[in-house]
Design a protein around this ligand. Structure first.
Ligand SMILES: [Zn+2]
Length: 424
């Protein structure tokens, strides 16, 4: 489409802002960013008055599990709750529907962090071929885990350097953009596992990262416990997912090596509300009985800030029952509530995420020549970050690839979850 987004406050995604600017979209690209509101009319361009509103990039959620969409609540059987045995066609429809909920909530790019049968790869291809309207997908296929390792029913189980290399080569052949190492440590979703305990050996982790990089694929790792984190940092992982027990020494190494942290705070939001699914609550109770105290998310954000680690927005939607597609904006809200400034939280979901995904010259920033993934927000997220979160969303329009894919007049996303915590 050809659009003139006239006279809004501009947040460009890099940390810069302008009080009043006009963004011109021609076809799929941003053509021009002009000062002020009085940009002249142009034939063939549809003008949208953005005075009093904010123009910002479409957001990224860099940690989702699209395959099968939302996790079915109240079921303590991993295969059933993730619908791993349903027909692949139905699984793909659910995957698409979940992705479209993310798109309507303002998230125009998603990185999948393990899905069944490369359904994420196929969705990426379908989006790229213009067959369906959905976010841009960055995919990792099924994660790799050790035999019996974290969430093994959804991953490929591999042991030893040779099997790891072979599986990574197979995944690259199948078209993944990233490699996801799942079994670095246990996880919340794996009943009976100690989330602090390391699973893959130091050598296995080193080989996985080496092989991924050798084949030109960045590498993400699920890690809660400190030893697992240290093996990933040493191996040169690109993004560290969760990082629950991160300490000062490893934080310093992460910063020096430019490793990004994806703290996945959406679940902390629900935990802080005492809300959610009985199965997940039982799992958290089990961790408490093991003597595991999960550090407060504020501690991790403070650690990241102290050391200068770049933080990214990732929800783990589709990874647990509370993380429902469409709630991605809560992550941005949580990043700000736990210690980032509102601007830093926005960068974590826009330009910073684009940089981490290797897409900063393509999308995620409002700059001439880049792809037009843009939000129009009726409000100012620098004043009140909750205007990006579904419980108070003021996102009026979602533009992806230069097309209006969602408008508040079509109706807002209906999602039920507890009200936000208000500071006193
Ligand atoms: Zn996950």
């Amino acid at each position: 489409m050809n659009l003139i987004l006239a006279g809004g406050k501009l947040i460009d995604g890099t940390g810069e802002k302008r009080d009043c600017a006009t963004v011109v979209v021609e076809g799929r690209a941003i053509r021009e960013v002009a000062e002020g509101a009085d940009y002249p009319e142009r034939t063939g361009f549809y003008r949208i008055d953005c005075r009093g509103k904010t123009i910002m990039p479409g957001m990224f959620d860099v940690h989702v599990h699209l395959g099968g969409g939302d996790v079915v609540p109240g079921i303590d059987d991993y295969r059933v709750s993730r619908r791993l045995d349903e027909h692949m066609a139905m699984h793909a429809y659910r995957t698409l529907e979940a992705a479209q909920r993310a798109l309507r909530s303002g998230f125009t790019t998603l990185r999948d962090m393990s899905s069944r049968d490369f359904v994420d790869v196929q969705l990426r291809n379908a989006v790229a071929a213009d067959l369906v309207v959905a976010p841009r997908i960055i995919c990792s296929g099924p994660g790799i885990t050790m035999t019996g390792g974290h969430v093994w029913p959804r991953c490929v189980q591999v042991d030893g350097p040779d099997e790891i290399r072979k599986e990574i080569r197979r995944q690259v052949r199948e078209g993944v953009d990233w490699i996801k190492i799942m079994g670095v440590t246990g996880g919340i979703a794996s009943s009976g596992q100690d989330i602090r305990r390391t699973q893959f050996t130091r050598e296995e982790i080193r080989v996985a990262v080496e092989e991924a990089h050798r084949l030109g694929r960045p590498c993400a790792a699920h890690a809660h416990g400190l030893e697992g984190i240290s093996f990933c940092v040493e191996a040169g992982i690109d993004t560290l997912e969760h990082g629950t027990f991160l300490d000062e020494v490893q934080a310093d190494r992460m910063a020096q090596r430019g490793i990004y942290l994806v703290p996945t705070l959406l679940n902390s939001y629900f935990r802080s509300q005492g809300a959610g699914d009985p199965v997940l609550k039982e799992r958290e109770e089990q961790l408490r009985r093991m003597g595991i105290r999960i550090p407060a998310p504020e501690e991790r954000i403070a650690l990241a800030k102290r050391h200068g680690i770049k933080v990214l927005a990732g929800t783990d939607c589709g990874g647990n029952t509370r993380a429902v597609f469409g709630l991605h904006g809560v992550e941005v809200y949580m990043l700000a509530r736990c210690g980032l400034t509102n601007m830093e939280a926005i960068v974590a979901a826009t330009g910073g995420a684009a940089e981490a995904m290797g897409l900063a010259d393509k999308v995620g920033i409002i700059r001439p020549g880049l792809v037009a993934d843009i939000l129009v927000v009726d409000g100012d997220p620098l004043q009140d970050i909750s205007v990006l979160a579904p419980f108070n969303s003021r996102i009026e329009m979602v533009i992806k690839d230069g097309r209006i894919v969602s408008h508040h007049l079509f109706g807002r996303e209906e999602v039920s979850f507890p009200a936000p915590v208000r500071e006193v």
